[in-house]
Design a protein around this ligand. Structure first.
Ligand code: KIV
Ligand code: ZN
Length: 515
């Protein structure tokens, strides 16, 4: 992997992104995300933190076995057990990487690690050497690099390169840097550290001040040649630099950003939708590149200009990032074959059972809704993907609502293969529905988010509901879509509850976090 002006794209959606509270994904979901990242040309996929849990280990090793092109990285703290576990997880990859990190800033050393600078230097030499004894491709990260005095950071980087690190990542862990500072840091390190040219330098920016993408590009101007980022900018707190924004900035402004990357932008929209569906994090409407309004021109002046020449107001074309013109799909008479073709066209490959269920739900939808659009099919299939193998399912719901009150819900659910029905009242039909779920599956989780948006236009549009539940410090999110918003609400709640239950039932449900 070399080339002066090639910038390696390192995606950490499955590690830093998945650490975002409530964004945890199942193995099946992680495999789907990894597959699209591999297909779209991401150079390195950070697939997880193998020591964190058996589930994380299994995900990293399965992704490592399946990857066709991408390097697969596993994260490890500066601890032998972590490094060995990461090495084991990426063992089957065509090209594997161990990514090990340690904090270098005075505030982390004093309060978190309780170690001296000299001790941390020894740890770097020891742990990078250990990783290099397992694998040739080793990335070392200086956590909180941007709050580390530059002289000490230089010594750390020198130690890591001498011990064999092939990539040096200098993260802006707390999203504190400005673009000029970040660029200057890379320039200073690359100028003063002996053998700096033996490693690829990498940026890793958090978005606390909304500067993650700007900082990443500034780091590249300072000599970095790897960018760590996530789909939709997913990540803890305000998230990480958004992959889609980086890729499109490099492409659209190649006149001033002369760096090539291997990502095919046509995958961006699909990847964004998939990550949003499996993480349960909706994409904001005005999000750059992948937001619903990213290519919508409302004002009269803009529309007039667009009609005369699209370049008057459009610096990228929607089709460049994989947005298709909205098309009407088949109606209620369409058969299995046409439905399968439509799924292929939309880029979905789903197993036979999931296909049958999605087809059944499509028929139901086509019976109720006059026009079924691509967006409807996408919402339906993503729902199906997200709910595969769930322990509890919504079977039937009848709601009595209106001004009279009290509102009531009669709900039947399948719990581990057994149907159970309850009737409950509540403060409104949503509350009544959620009370019925609680009556069937008693639990302590608190509802911390309830959000509805319409998938398409019109009064017969499907409502897509997002629900976030919190229990014992754990957060899980679920989505549901249906023309009946209450059914969508029940599905979203049950999907979030399934994720919480699945995590509670894991034998190793301790969860470690990096930053
Ligand atoms: O933000 C950070 O410092 C990290 C490291 C683990 C690379 O995510
Ligand atoms: Zn991070």
């Amino acid at each position: 992997m070399s080339g002066q002006d090639h910038v390696f794209i390192f995606d950490t959606t499955l590690r830093d992104g998945e650490q975002s509270p409530g964004a945890s994904m199942t193995l099946e979901e992680k495999l789907q995300v990894a597959e699209i990242l591999d297909d779209m040309g991401v150079d390195i996929i950070e697939a997880g933190f193998p020591i964190a849990s058996n589930g994380d280990f299994e995900a990293v090793s399965e992704i490592a076995k399946r990857a066709k092109r991408s390097v697969i990285a596993g994260l490890a703290r500066a601890i032998h057990a972590d490094i060995d576990r990461a090495g084991d997880a990426v063992r089957h990859a065509e090209r594997g990487r161990i990514h090990t990190f340690v904090s270098t800033s005075p505030i982390h050393l004093e309060h978190q690690m309780k170690k001296t600078e000299a001790q941390v230097l020894d740890i770097i030499t020891d742990t990078v050497t250990r990783a290099r004894n397992l694998i040739d491709d080793v990335e070392w990260s200086a956590m909180d690099a941007t709050r580390t005095p530059i002289e000490y950071l230089c010594r750390c980087v020198e130690a890591a390169i001498r011990a064999g690190a092939t990539t040096i990542n200098l993260p802006d862990t707390v999203g504190y840097a400005t673009p000029d500072e970040y660029k200057a840091m890379f320039q200073a390190i690359r100028e003063s550290v002996p053998d700096a040219d033996k490693a690829v330098f990498s940026v890793h920016c958090h978005n606390d001040l909304g500067l993650a993408v700007a900082n990443s590009l500034a780091g590249v101007a300072g000599g970095a040649r790897q960018i760590e980022c996530t789909i939709n900018g997913l990540g803890e707190r305000a998230g990480n630099a958004a992959l889609e924004e980086i890729v499109m900035a490099l492409r659209t402004r190649s006149d001033v950003l002369p760096y090539a990357c291997g990502v095919d932008p046509k995958f961006l929209t699909r990847a964004s939708k998939l990550v949003s569906a499996v993480s349960g994090f909706p994409v904001q409407y005005n999000k750059a590149i992948v937001g619903k309004n990213a290519f919508a021109h409302e004002s009269g002046i803009h529309q007039d200009g667009m009609l005369k020449n699209a370049e008057t107001y459009e610096i990228m074309r929607p089709e460049d990032v994989g947005v298709r013109a909205t098309s009407l799909v088949m109606g209620k008479h369409s058969g299995r074959h046409a439905f399968r073709q439509k799924l292929e066209e939309l880029g979905y490959e789903i197993g036979d059972n999931a296909f049958e269920e999605a087809f059944r739900r499509f028929k139901e939808l086509a019976d109720r809704k006059k026009h079924v659009y691509d967006e409807d099919i996408e919402a339906l299939v993503e729902n199906e993907i997200a709910t595969q193998g769930e322990q509890i399912k919504v079977i039937a719901l009848t709601v009595i609502a209106g001004t009279g009150g009290p509102q009531k819900a009669i709900l039947t659910m399948d719990v581990d293969g057994k149907h159970e029905t309850r009737e409950c009242s509540g403060d409104g039909p949503v509350d009544a529905t959620f009370n019925a779920i609680k009556a069937i599956v008693p639990h302590e989780a608190k509802l911390s988010l309830y959000q509805v948006h319409a998938v398409t236009e019109g009064t017969d549009a499907q409502g897509e509901v997002s629900v976030r539940l919190e229990a014992n410090g754990r957060i899980s999110t679920g989505k549901g879509a249906d023309t009946d918003t209450l059914v969508a609400s029940a599905r979203a709640y049950v999907s979030a509850l399934n994720k919480l239950l699945a995590r509670q039932n894991r034998p190793d449900h301790q969860e470690l976090k990096a930053v």
